[in-house]
Ligand binder design. Structure first.
Ligand SMILES: [Zn+2]
Ligand SMILES: [Zn+2]
Length: 343
């Protein structure tokens, strides 16, 4: 039996702390357990060195995103080594291999007809002279009225589009952004409604996903899955591999989760093995992370895998709750705190 274990990728924009460890530790326990049993195990993770949280921090500190990513990736790797985490491969998202693999997945989705282009309205900061994706925009959640930012409300967990926020402000300069039109690639997530309903109801019956994962995912499919933009106007990340769109970056919804596959490829290359040993329908796949990562592992990643005919889908989802501190749940993405999560 082959066991694949994917530990969540921490954003390289702030130091690790007890919250990361409590949410990631179950992955290491599983890896050691299955190795002792004599099973073939591939346990991977890495540092998320792309994306908006790092771009924000770099802008605030007046340095290049790469400097921030470099500093924290090194720190993460040393911390995990010292703590005895037994990853078979701990990598990072700014490697050439990762970019190559993500672009290949993007092109596969495009060729198979899962992506289409559409113009959309987006927040644009005239002071910073750039489009503001997700976490660059702060405001009030239109569903629960809490102060929030990004593409998912910290409080009510609804998926958000920042143009819906009330009292919008640019996270970098605090000025109010304007709404401007830009063209992006969209993923036909809505076409997978039936498949996702089936996957979630099977996970519920078999008790293979944590209750919070079943509950949250169930809520998303009940509300109806909607097509999602999968490219962004961002300074760092993986360029869209389509002529005329190279300035745009592949959005984290495709990029980050594909890291599990690119890390497997890296491991295979370094160990003269084949990642296909763990990417087939006979492998049992565990995904270990915090609850803010649920939809990416319970909906987005299974949807992508289905769209490009790759197995296994996530068999087990080990998603951990937040612990609230000072009356607020923190997410790694915005604060570097990630919430003090319990297993
Ligand atoms: Zn809300
Ligand atoms: Zn601004």
């Amino acid at each position: 039996m082959s066991i694949f274990i994917g530990g969540a990728w921490s954003y390289a924009n702030g130091s690790l702390h007890i919250g990361h460890l409590s949410s990631l530790l179950p992955g290491d326990v599983l890896a050691r357990y299955y190795r002792l049993k004599g099973e073939e195990v591939l346990y991977v993770s890495g540092s998320d060195c792309n994306g908006t949280p790092i771009a924000i921090k770099a802008k605030q500190q007046g340095v290049k995103p790469k400097e921030i990513a470099e500093k924290y990736h090194k720190e993460f790797k040393e911390s995990f080594d010292q703590l005895g985490f037994s990853y078979d491969c701990y990598t990072r998202m700014d490697t050439g291999l990762h970019h190559e693999v993500v672009q290949k997945v993007f092109l596969q989705l495009l060729e198979k007809g899962w992506l289409y282009k559409k113009k959309e309205e987006q927040c644009f900061c005239e002071t910073c002279e750039q489009f503001l994706p997700d976490r660059f925009v702060e405001g009030t959640c239109p569903h629960c009225n809490a102060e929030t930012s990004g593409d998912q409300c910290d409080y009510c967990s609804n998926l958000l589009n920042p143009i819906e926020f009330r009292n919008k402000a640019c996270k970098t300069c605090d000025d109010e952004p304007i709404i401007k039109s830009t063209e992006h690639f969209y993923y036909k997530l809505s076409s997978l409604q039936k498949e996702m309903e089936k996957i979630i109801s099977e996970a519920k019956i078999n008790k293979t996903w944590r209750e919070n994962a079943v509950h949250l995912s169930g809520r998303y499919v009940k509300e109806g899955l909607v097509d999602r933009a999968v490219s962004r106007d961002l300074p760092n990340g993986v360029p869209v591999p389509v002529e005329g769109y190279e300035e745009k970056k592949i959005y984290v919804w495709i990029e980050a989760v594909t890291g599990y596959y690119s890390a497997s490829k890296k491991w295979a290359l370094e160990n003269k093995r084949d990642e296909a040993e763990f990417w087939n329908e006979n492998t049992i796949a565990y995904y270990v992370h915090g609850k803010d990562n649920v939809p990416f592992h319970s909906i987005i990643w299974p949807a992508i895998l289905k769209s490009i005919n790759k197995n296994p889908l996530p068999t087990y989802i080990v998603s951990n709750e937040f612990v609230t501190m000072s009356k607020r749940s923190y997410r790694l993405a915005e604060t570097g705190l990630y919430g003090y999560q319990i297993c």
